[in-house]
Design a protein around this ligand. Structure first.
Ligand code: GLA
Length: 714
């Protein structure tokens, strides 16, 4: 991605000289840092884009140190804390150097080098600015040259300071099958921490994302806010500390919990990227900025297309054989989707994987179920004109497996304590290079033997508990961090050999989603809960931070709603089916086939268009959202009626993002065979202005009904 690096702005700091200013601009935001006369780095400003003249004046503001080290006079939450070899637990960081490197016309990285004058510790602060997208990334590199290893006990990727009258935090919490519940509250004095200690994944109880509104609560189109997310597939922490003068600091990074990092001299601890955007026009703009950054930079094959698919998990669970699967290939073809995805249960012989208590770790085809192996299945699918995808969960093991019998020391487990199972399984000690090699080889051999495999669903069905790495021996407090780094290094290696293969990130339902992983994965599984009523909220929540093409959304039988409602909800993300097609009626099959055709026609707008959340299900008994392509020639509106009360009269839904001057034809699609559109405006033409000021009477007062409307410029 990175072409030639061009240093276009740099300076080295002479302590006796005047202060310096380091400005990081995007199209609509500015971060202004000032290096004081003694080398202390201050945050002078972060917010709406300012003029050069204003920025010059801002350097007078030297009241908040940008990246606060522990052990000095600042008694609030530190960004970094180091315990030196001699036991001294303090740092005094002074800027000694700064530079800005142009990566491309859109992206530049500013790096400030901080050093302690007495102890040989160096911290590089990086700020990567994506101009068009209005997105910033920050991360650090910590290193030293002391005689023995030092302990780094706090290691923020970012510290940001705010000075507003009120602060409104929007966070997202949940649990299995109830992910991404949005909650907004005013921050009060003291510290509010949003974090995770799950180890193998970030998400589930708390998601590594937040929005922080300044002064007043923001809406979709109004208000000042910062939306941020940490790219780290492990323990994260956001600390929001409000001091007695009502100033707020936000410290984002890996969770320091049980993670005093033992760092050898000459080694670098690189912290994960904190990705954030400032918006002065509400949450909608913040989401669109993040989506556009994600497609351009943050997600593997972010600009590319995604496969529609039929998955067999809900329909068969572990109970299938070759014949049944071959029948499902026919159904895949009949449905019109691109790919068949074979889920859990295809492997292990000594302890066959017939339920979730055995076989995990033994990645050989089960001879009873698949006597002719995966190769045969891939060929059969290909012959029938469908692609073949496969489920794996390579970081885990059932104690009832040959892998565990052969390598009992390859699992994370605490000495002198009983093994602690979750879904009958344990986490492999991925920190161990032999385990990394095992995971790499397992995936590599499967793909080498079966080059026709077109897609992987990479699962991770448990968090870490009783965490102890036999490999790390006396460096246990490095386990959480080194596990995630090991996970990335396996993926890095796999991606060198298989740069484009689509891989879905999945984790006991949801629970593993962040931009650290999305560098290697093309999409994620937002929740095992596919009841479309729940999915409206779950997908809505994720949509604040992640673009629709990354949200795997399947039509299943979880909900009791109509097939149309279930399909219409799945179509706002990356559409798939996990349903018994053979049980569909003729009309249901016809409806689904048409839906796939519609989806394929509109998928580039859904995947790459600008998203507008129009009516919010948290405050209404309906949810409406739309996608508009960049040229404003095509748009798709999704409208869901949830539980409207008796007698509800809905107002028209006002569209957004269209060109007021253009004329558009409005057409309801995805109609069930035999039904007609009830949309008064159906098949008529309107100006963009009309659609955005007067709107469409698309909402119905009947629960669990929905409409999809295609809007096309004339
Ligand atoms: C997890 C996933 C499911 C399915 C099962 C298989 O729960 O979320 O989609 O793949 O594992 O065991």
């Amino acid at each position: 991605m990175i072409g030639c690096l061009l240093v276009f702005f740099a300076g080295s700091i002479n302590m006796s000289k005047a202060q310096k200013q380091v400005v990081v601009n995007t199209q609509n935001s500015s971060l202004v840092l000032t290096i004081g006369k003694d080398g202390t780095l201050y945050q002078s400003y972060f917010g709406k884009r300012t003029s050069d003249a204003t920025q010059k004046q801002l350097s007078e503001k030297q009241d908040v140190e940008s990246y606060v080290p522990a052990g000095g006079h600042d008694l609030f939450e530190p960004a970094i804390r180091v315990v030196h070899t001699d036991g001294n637990p303090s740092l005094q960081l002074k800027a000694v150097d700064y530079k800005t490197e142009k990566i491309n016309d859109d992206n530049a990285v500013t790096t400030i080098t901080l050093k302690d004058a007495v102890y040989p510790v160096k911290v590089l602060l990086h700020f990567s600015a994506f101009y068009k997208e209005d997105v910033l990334k920050s991360w650090t590199e910590i290193s030293h040259q002391e005689a023995k290893p030092i302990r780094v006990t706090n290691f923020a990727s970012s510290m940001l300071h705010f000075n507003a009258d009120h602060y409104w935090l929007t966070q997202f919490h949940g649990d299995w099958a109830e992910e991404m519940k949005m909650q907004e509250s005013e921050l009060t004095s003291g510290i509010k921490i949003v974090d995770s200690k799950l180890g193998t994944r970030a998400d589930m109880y708390q998601t590594p994302v937040f929005m922080l509104s300044l002064n007043d609560k923001s809406t979709e189109n109004t208000g000042e806010l910062v939306a941020g997310t940490l790219g780290w597939t492990g323990n994260f922490q956001f600390a929001f500390e409000l001091d007695p003068t009502n100033k707020l600091r936000v410290v984002s990074g890996m969770n320091p919990y049980a993670s005093d990092y033992v760092l050898d001299a000459g080694k670098v601890l690189t912290t994960p990227e904190f990705v954030f955007t400032y918006s002065a026009q509400g949450k909608g703009k913040a989401s669109r900025s993040l989506h556009s950054w994600a497609r351009n930079y943050g997600v593997l094959n972010g600009k590319g297309s995604r496969y529609t698919l039929l998955n067999n998990w809900e329909a068969t669970q572990f109970d299938f054989d070759e014949k049944k699967l071959e029948g499902l290939f026919d159904e895949t073809k009949q449905l019109g989707v691109d790919m068949f995805l074979l889920d859990d249960g295809w492997f292990a012989n000594k302890y066959p994987r017939n339920n979730d208590d055995a076989g995990l770790g033994d990645w050989q085809e089960n001879k009873k179920k698949l006597p002719n192996g995966l190769g045969h299945l891939v060929r059969e699918a290909t012959d029938k004109g469908v692609k073949f995808g496969i489920w794996i969960e390579p970081e885990m093991v059932n104690p009832k497996s040959e892998l565990y019998e052969q390598h009992p020391d390859w699992v994370l487990k605490l000495q002198n304590r009983p093994e602690d199972y979750f879904r009958n399984q344990l986490v492999l000690d991925l920190v161990n290079p032999r385990v990394q090699q095992f995971v790499y080889d397992m995936v590599d051999q499967m793909l080498t033997k079966n080059p026709g495999i077109a897609y992987i669903k990479w699962d991770c069905n448990r968090m870490m508990t009783n965490t102890f790495s036999p490999y790390l021996k006396d460096r246990q407090s490095n386990t959480y961090i080194d596990y995630v780094k090991a996970f990335y290094s396996v993926l890095e290696k796999l991606r060198q050999k298989y740069p484009t293969l689509p891989i879905m990130l999945c984790s006991g339902g949801s629970g593993r989603i962040d931009y650290g992983a999305l560098k290697y994965f093309t999409e994620f599984w937002p929740s095992d809960n596919t009841d479309p009523y729940e999915r409206v909220f779950i997908q809505w929540g994720y949509s604040y931070f992640f673009p629709s093409k990354t949200l795997s959304s399947h039509v299943t039988s979880w909900g009791k709603q109509s097939l149309k409602f279930r399909t219409d909800v799945a179509m706002m993300g990356r559409l798939g089916f996990d349903i018994d097609v053979a049980k569909m009626t003729k009309d249901e099959l016809k409806f689904s086939q048409d839906a796939v055709v519609n989806y394929k026609r509109l998928s580039s707008v859904i995947w790459n268009g600008n998203m507008y959340r129009l009516i919010d299900p948290y405050h209404n008994e309906r949810a409406d959202l739309m996608y508009v392509d960049d040229s404003k020639t095509k748009a798709v509106l999704f409208s869901y009626n949830l539980h409207p009360r008796y007698g509800t009269d809905w107002t028209p839904v006002k569209l957004e993002g269209l060109d007021p001057e253009k004329t558009y034809t409005v057409k309801e699609i995805n109609l069930f065979p035999g039904s007609h559109s009830e949309l008064a405006e159906n098949s008529k033409q309107f100006t963009g202005e009309y659609l955005m000021t007067t709107g469409l009477n698309v909402s119905k007062s009947k629960e669990y009904t929905s409409s999809i409307v295609e809007i096309t410029q004339q």
